[in-house]
Ligand binder design. Structure first.
Ligand code: ADP
Ligand code: MG
Length: 227
């Protein structure tokens, strides 16, 4: 069953020299599928993820997600859709530096109005899963890049979203922590049937995904079965 469908997705960034970052992308992703997005730097991978996760509007084209034509949603409905159904690991973390790690991880559930006891427990459990159980009270500004990346991963998982987007989630992790994160993502996909769309440039990550979509110059170059 298809959970994400994009048709003729196009993104042009304006400016003195307009950049056509995406040129008519068509894709379908099934519920419970783990899809890797690969391709050279500047090929449009992050732009594609932003469009699919409703963080930015496409110049043209259509996205149907979990049965909803998302361009028909108001901006408030989009925000609610994101909070309820999507998780996102940003390439540049996008954590709140003035909050501690645990507070950052709690945020999505706080915004959904979950009881404090519930979101603290869920957040602490995830902090332990990503190996930061002892860093819960540390301020983001006092954490290393790799630690911040793992906090960002925990935050994206806490609302148990149907769909998880991750933009190079292991870029700043050592081999051991990359392995922990990739195994965790695979498990979420197998056990919760969470749909995962992950940008990566690591050939070793191909084995964790079900399918790889290769992007080049804003277009899909090829797709291949992985795993
Ligand atoms: P990737 O993630 O594959 O490295 P991006 O999606 O970040 O690539 O970028 C694709 C192209 O779009 C690049 O040429 C980049 O410079 C351009 N681009 C991305 N974001 C913006 C923006 N906000 N304004 C202008 N150009 C952008
Ligand atoms: Mg990118």
């Amino acid at each position: 069953m298809v959970i994400i469908e994009a048709k003729g997705l196009k993104k042009i960034f304006g400016g003195e020299v307009p950049v056509e970052a995406l040129k008519a992308i068509d894709l379908q992703i099934n519920r419970g599928e783990f899809v890797g997005i690969m391709g050279p730097s500047g090929s449009g991978k992050s732009t594609l993820l932003h469009m699919l996760a409703l963080l930015d509007d496409p110049t043209a084209g259509k996205i149907i997600m979990d049965g909803t034509e998302v361009e028909k949603l108001s901006s408030m409905q989009k925000t609610n859709f994101r909070l309820n159904k999507l998780g996102y690991v940003f390439q540049e973390y996008a954590l709140l530096p003035e909050l501690n790690a645990l507070e950052n991880v709690c945020l999505p559930l706080m915004m959904l109005g979950a009881p404090a006891r519930e979101y603290r427990r869920a957040a602490l459990e995830l902090m332990e899963t990503v190996g930061l159980g002892l860093r819960a009270k540390h301020l983001i500004s006092q954490m290393s890049g790799g630690e911040q990346q793992r906090v960002a991963i925990a935050r994206a998982l806490v609302n148990k979203s149907k769909i998880l987007f991750a933009d190079e989630p292991c870029a700043n992790l050592d081999t051991r922590n990359s392995g922990i994160v990739m195994n965790l993502l695979r498990r979420l996909c197998d056990e919760r049937r969470q749909t995962i769309v992950m940008v990566t440039h690591e050939p070793e990550h191909i084995q964790y995904a079900d399918r790889i979509i290769w992007i080049k110059d804003g277009m899909i170059e090829k797709e291949e079965k992985a795993g």
